[in-house]
Design a protein around this ligand. Sequence first.
Ligand code: GDP
Length: 176
Amino acid sequence: GQSSGGYDYAFKILLIGDSGVGKTSLIVSFVSDSIEPPLPTVGMDLKFKLLTVGGKKLKLTIWDTAGQDKFRTLTHSFYRGAHGIILVYDITVRSTFTAISDFWFKEVEIYTTNPKCVKMLVGNKVDRDSERVVSQEEGIALAKELGCSFFECSVKTRENVVQCYETLALKIMEVP
Ligand code: GDP
């Protein structure tokens, strides 16, 4: 590792998925340790987070689509050089789940230039389990089909939020 740079590795992480699934919330919650709902963001937005995983100091640059998800017109350069991609859906809205295989994963396959990019599927809002329409089994099956790791989480209760990022970072470091 580096002795002067303050971190051993720097990774570019993207969060993608339909509007409203909780991408900005997942980023803000992780980066600032706050559970306040985020303000809507305009233009491409990125945040930094330093964390130690597996004894290594990491600097994550986390990119949010910041509104471009509404029109599903992400700048293709957004994907360039990404080390890890988190594909997010809302367990209470089925269309956000079908959009993963119908649209978002296809985008990833077309535009991700790094063949070693690690992908993770995340079903958010498990605190609203009474309104759940996508079962955990369906999430697990899709993740397996797409070759992704899988988590269900809640920004509201903070369940699994940190674990998602830590697991992704570990997987990225495991890539030969
Ligand atoms: P984005 O469009 O994907 O960036 O989604 P946002 O982060 O803007 O979140 C959309 C809405 O879902 C906001 O009102 C959030 O407060 C809410 N939200 C995000 N995560 C959760 C969660 O885990 N549970 C619940 N109940 N609401 C959430």
